[in-house]
Design a protein around this ligand. Structure first.
Ligand SMILES: O=C(O)CCC(=O)C(=O)O
Ligand SMILES: [Fe+2]
Length: 347
């Protein structure tokens, strides 16, 4: 096996296993009952609730997203990442703006073997100008689309529109599964949403036993919907035994996971689960997560309907915009301290 720069090398305990366990039991949920103009059937709601509780992850099929749109964003992404580095750097991310192309992201202070292109769903988004808690200044952040590539932008935007529709359908099901009215997790949170989409490109890696495409992490938002291509790589930490489980690619399925915000809203009922991406020495891999994020001024705290004297709030309220601004800073600089986590707000 070849060598990689030491910045990519994972500590021993976080290196991938040579023979990953491939799970066939990450729930695959059929959303076709949602096509009927009727309330969702209780067994579908129960299936979603069970998957959120047991895995924090599930896959959806018959989700209503046209496969043509998924194919278009995948091929547009491949074309983009195949451009010469100098072209990609024309839309490079910088300290002031987290959107665009970037190839040096660190997760848990180890460099990821990947290139990314990020864009906001609402353009421009309004965001705190700094992570400093007392700084009330806001800035507008604009997407950086590659010049003269209208098809790339169009493919990204069309697919994202479908992701948003699917995300709201899933939020209704999740609310119902928590015994809440179906719009409880939607109303009031997304008027100025800060959601974003990432195109993850993992080139073949000469040392896949030492490096990771994305190091272990939990997603910070409300929920994530991910399209992965036909090369396996996503691993989910199984709650029952802590084993890393490889999610087998299924071109008809999107992979959904609950993020930290649902963990806090549900007061730990639905945990946000750790996951990572492994790489391989032969094939490149592409994945496209859509991260559903609320408005920057949202205070995240356990929902009052879900707490009581026996089940008191397990988290203090935190401000979403400041949380994200702190996280973005950590992604850019290799920090010596642990990045901000919801555990820092645990009561
Ligand atoms: O590539 C993958 O399958 C996972 C990517 C991921 O977890 C992320 O970008 O947050
Ligand atoms: Fe993730």
């Amino acid at each position: 096996m070849g060598e990689v720069d030491p910045s990519f090398i994972q500590p021993l305990e976080h290196r991938p296993k040579p023979y990953p366990i491939e799970a066939d039991n990450i729930p695959v949920i059929d959303l076709s009952p949602l096509k009927a103009p009727l309330p969702p059937p209780p067994d579908l709601v129960a299936e979603i609730g069970g998957a959120c509780r047991k895995w924090g992850f599930f896959q959806v099929i018959n989700h209503g997203v046209p496969s043509k749109l998924r194919e278009s964003i995948e091929s547009a992404s491949r074309e983009f990442f195949a451009l010469p580095q100098e072209e990609k750097l024309k839309v490079g991310r910088d300290k002031g703006n987290p959107f665009g192309y970037y190839d040096s992201e660190h997760t848990k202070n180890v460099r990821d073997w990947k290139q990314v292109f990020d864009f906001a769903v609402v353009d421009p988004i309004v965001f705190p100008s700094s992570h400093e808690p007392d700084d009330v200044h806001l800035i507008e952040l604009c997407n950086k689309w590659p010049p003269n590539r209208p098809q790339f932008r169009e493919a990204c935007e069309e697919h994202t529109g479908e992701m948003e529709k699917l995300a709201f359908k899933l939020l209704e099901l999740i609310a119902l599964s928590l015994g809440l009215p179906k719009d409880r997790l939607i109303n009031g949170f997304f008027e100025n949403q800060t959601s974003r989409v990432r195109l993850n490109y993992y080139p073949p890696c000469p040392a896949p036993h030492l490096a990771l495409g994305v190091g272990r992490h939990k997603d910070t938002g409300v929920l994530t919907i991910l399209a992965q291509d036909d090369v396996a790589g996503l691993e989910v930490k199984r709650k029952t035994d802590g084993e890393w489980i490889l999610v087998k690619p299924n071109p008809d399925a999107y992979i959904v996971n609950v993020g930290d915000i649902i963990q806090v809203w549900s007061n730990d009922k639905y945990e946000s689960v750790e996951h990572r991406a492994v790489v391989n020495s032969e094939k490149e891999r592409l994945s496209i997560p859509y991260f559903l994020y609320p408005s920057h001024y949202t205070w995240i705290e356990p929902l009052e309907e879900l707490i009581n004297v026996e089940n008191t709030a397990k988290f203090k309220a935190y401000n979403w915009g400041k949380f994200r601004a702190t996280r973005n800073r950590g992604n850019f600089d290799k920090l010596d301290v642990e990045n901000i986590q919801i555990s820092h707000f645990r009561i």
